[in-house]
Design a protein around this ligand. Structure first.
Ligand code: AP5
Length: 223
């Protein structure tokens, strides 16, 4: 079994999974595997996969399990051996989690912990409506809580920022309903496995970051 860290970030849309995954992966040299980013890349490229999944993403519905599982298991398998990773947005249903468990068990590299980012709906909607994403490098901003130095321009690469198609309020509400019905059962699923770590994600991002660091440090100590 490889000692590289393997984590899942779980939580509703806008909980801050992507923000925290970006920080932790940079700090620890982990691969940042965001299922949403993988899908958006395919959609932008106009690939056959992108055409197949685009209508689900635009409506805030989940992409079918068999498609999503194949894509993410391939993404994990393509990592150099021994690479640690954060899975952000995958798995999102119990069948996806079961397929992931089976695949990781086969190679002897199980997940170390599942960080569950908890935030109530009103905060989520407020955050997502103000979110902006770099059209070039994918960095996240928030016009209220995490503005770029120059409005509309990425601090990291200077490219323009844009709003995601599925960040309109009515689509966000649908994504929340989908989360509560189809993804929230994973909380009990991972609790039963003793992997769940609840994180209060309603506090400022820097505070969430500190808690994430503490959780990761406790995993380091356990070896
Ligand atoms: P995906 O891209 O995974 O979206 P999501 O899970 O809905 O998550 P978000 O990216 O919206 O939020 P986040 O938690 O990463 O928050 P962020 O850090 O950006 O999925 C998109 C779609 O793809 C799905 O709807 C589905 O169609 C499809 N899909 C993806 N995975 C799938 C799967 N496994 N199966 C089937 N379909 C799948 O933060 C949000 C905002 O808040 C930002 O502006 C940020 O700056 C700000 N912020 C972050 N933290 C804080 C804080 N602590 N305080 C204040 N502001 C904060």
């Amino acid at each position: 079994m490889s000692s590289a860290l393997r984590l899942i970030f779980l939580g509703p849309p806008g909980a801050g999974k992507g923000t925290q995954a970006q920080k932790l992966c940079e700090e620890r040299g982990l691969a940042n595997l965001s299922s949403g980013d993988v899908l958006r890349r395919e959609i932008r490229a106009g690939s056959p996969l992108g055409e197949r999944v685009g209508r689900y993403v635009r409506k805030g519905e989940l992409v079918p399990d068999e498609v999503m599982t194949a894509v993410m298991l391939e993404t994990i398998a393509a990592l150099p051996p021994g690479t640690g990773f954060v899975l952000d947005g995958f798995p999102r249903t119990v069948p996806q989690a079961e397929s992931l468990d089976a695949a990781l068990t086969r190679v002897g590299d199980p997940i170390h912990a599942v960080l569950d980012f908890e935030v109530e709906d009103a905060t989520i909607i407020e955050r997502i409506v103000h979110r902006r994403v770099c059209t070039q490098c994918g960095s996240w901003y928030n016009t209220r809580s995490l503005p770029p130095k120059v409005a509309g321009v990425c601090d990291r690469c200077g490219a323009p920022l844009a709003q995601r198609d599925d960040d309109r309020e009515e689509v966000v509400r649908r994504r929340l309903t989908v989360y509560r019905t189809q993804t929230a059962p994973l909380i009990a699923y991972y609790e039963r496995q003793g992997l769940l770590r609840a994180i209060d994600a309603a506090v400022p991002a820097e505070q969430v970051e500190q808690v994430v660091r503490q959780v990761v440090a406790s995993l380091d100590r356990k070896g």
